[in-house]
Every structure is written in structure tokens, then in C-alpha cells.
Design a protein around this ligand. Structure first.
Ligand code: ATP
Ligand code: MG
Length: 267
């Protein structure tokens, strides 16, 4: 029988509003503008997930799917503003491991990293990840970021019927991704899925994603339906960052502050 485990964020305050951390057998989404700490949270949790339970971990391995944005596919706006590099940084893992007294190389070895180059590849990697999970104690799956490649695939340019066709393809692919994630963490394996997402007001958002208030994650209702817990991250005063629960099956819509340090997310 699978039992729900909670993986700490590295910040006690952040953990508190989550009821202890991000849960296994659940899909969670953190979204927010650039540099609010989505990738840093993903790195921090990739180390913590390996720790013993009394230290906020789940004693498990981690699968990390990063994205590679290919410049040619992007329009000028997107190129100028997006994080164009692979998001995974082994040297950050080593620094965070040191904070928790873990051997840096062991921490790195326990993370299976793959970089998706387009949204089809992202789907392939999810299937591959499912194969890795069989017979292995994976407890955390990171997807950083879930919509980046879709946004590149769907440029929103061209004739109306061409745009409509791309939109339909896009929605169908996203549905497959959401279904694959649900299967992985709700049905088959005891993993926490943490996906990062951008907000609609981010520079480079195409027509499909543009929104008014800048506080909505991209991906529409398909993604909204897939994630059980949605958390908005934003910059606060000075170095402070703020996490706010926007959607949760069992926790109130509270806020917490956190900071980003050499050792990852902290209070
Ligand atoms: P994007 O949408 O561009 O991917 P993000 O939300 O993923 O943004 P992160 O990359 O997680 O943002 O966070 C970037 C922030 O983390 C920057 O403000 C940077 O200064 C800070 N940061 C990165 N490494 C360290 C470190 N070693 N010590 C302190 N702060 C750091
Ligand atoms: Mg990032």
C-alpha cells in the first residue's frame, strides 16, 4: 500500500502553509514571474527528497525534466527575455547538498536529469521516466517548466485557421502530458510531481497566453484541472520572496515568505 509522504521546501514557513511540504501522489504547480525562485525550489527539493523523513525528505530518488529552448524556434521577444539555458545546474545541487550535510556527488547521482527539446520529446521523456520508476524508489518528479516548450511550439502567428490548427494540436498534446502525470503520481507510483509554470504577463507570451492581471498561470483549464495544488510565487520586499496558495484540496489560501540562499530555499 502506498502512503502519502511530504517533502519539505527548505523553508519552515513555506512548509507550514502546505501542511508540511509537497505531497507524494499529488501534482503541484508553482508559478510566477521570472527569478521568483521556481528553479531554485526545484533544485532544493531535489536534494531534500533524498533525506530521511525526519529531515523533511522521502528517502527517494528524483527525476528532473528540464527544457531546452531552441533559439531558432522563438520569436525575438521570447529570445530576449526567456531563460534560454537548460534549467538544471549540478553545481547548485552540490551547494544545497552541503547545507544538509549530504555528499554532493551522491546527491547528484540520485537525480536523473533529462532535457526536453520540444513538447513531443517532453511527452517521450515522461514515458521513459515511468520505465525508470519501476522497481526504483523515486519520490519526486520535477518538470521545469511545463509550458515553456508548448509556448515555443505555438507561436500564435500566421493565418487564423493555421493558428486554430496549432492551438488544437497544442491542447491535445497538453492533455496527454496531464494524463501521463496523473497516471504516474496518482495510480502507479508514490511520487510527488512538482511542475513550474510561468504567468501570463511574462514577456514573450503569445496571443494564446496573454492575460490581463499577470497572476494567472499559463496552460488554461487543462493544466488547472491537472494540478491539485497551485502556488503563486512572487518577489517581496528586498530579497524576500512570497509563496501564496491559490488552489489546494486541503489547505487555506495562506501566504509565506522565503529567501533564496546558497543552500537553496530557506526562511
Ligand atoms: P525563470 O522564470 O526565469 O525560470 P525562476 O522563477 O526559475 O525564473 P530562479 O532561477 O529559481 O527563478 O531564481 C533566480 C533567483 O535566485 C535570482 O534572484 C538569483 O539571484 C537567486 N539565486 C540563484 N542562485 C543563488 C544563490 N546561490 N544564492 C542566492 N540567491 C541565488
Ligand atoms: Mg526557472
Amino acid at each position: 500500500r502506498k502512503r502519502v509522504m511530504k517533502i519539505s521546501t527548505g523553508s519552515k514557513q513555506f512548509d507550514t502553509i502546505l501542511g508540511g511540504g509537497f505531497q507524494t501522489m499529488s501534482i503541484s504547480e508553482v508559478f510566477g514571474e521570472f527569478r521568483c525562485g521556481k528553479t531554485q525550489l526545484a533544485h532544493t527539493m531535489s536534494v531534500i527528497a533524498q533525506l530521511p523523513k525526519d529531515l523533511g525528505g522521502a528517502e527517494g530518488k528524483v527525476a528532473y525534466i528540464g527544457m531546452s529552448l531552441i533559439i531558432d524556434q522563438m520569436d525575438a521577444m521570447l529570445t530576449a527575455n526567456a531563460d534560454t539555458e537548460g534549467t538544471f545546474r549540478p553545481e547548485r545541487i552540490a551547494q544545497i547538498a552541503e547545507r544538509f550535510g549530504v555528499d554532493p556527488e551522491t546527491a547528484q547521482d540520485n537525480i536523473t536529469y533529462a532535457r526536453a527539446v520540444n513538447s513531443e520529446h517532453q511527452m517521450e521523456l515522461l514515458n521513459k521516466v515511468a520505465e525508470y520508476f519501476v522497481g526504483n524508489e523515486y519520490r519526486l518528479l520535477i518538470i521545469d517548466s511545463i509550458m515553456a516548450l508548448f509556448r515555443v511550439d505555438y507561436t500564435g502567428r500566421g493565418e487564423l485557421n493555421e493558428r486554430q490548427q496549432k492551438l488544437n494540436q497544442f491542447l491535445s498534446k497538453l492533455t496527454h502530458v496531464a494524463e501521463a502525470l496523473t497516471l504516474l503520481c496518482l495510480v502507479e507510483f508514490n511520487v510527488a510531481v512538482l511542475m513550474t509554470n510561468q504567468v501570463q504577463s511574462d514577456p514573450g507570451a503569445s496571443a494564446l497566453f496573454a492575460g490581463a492581471d499577470g497572476r494567472k498561470p499559463v496552460g488554461g483549464h487543462i493544466l488547472a484541472h491537472a494540478s491539485a495544488t497551485r502556488i503563486l510565487l512572487r518577489k517581496g520586499r528586498g530579497e524576500e520572496r512570497v509563496a501564496k496558495i491559490q488552489d489546494s484540496p486541503d489547505m487555506p489560501e495562506k501566504e509565506a515568505t522565503y529567501i533564496i540562499t546558497n543552500g537553496g530555499i530557506n526562511d
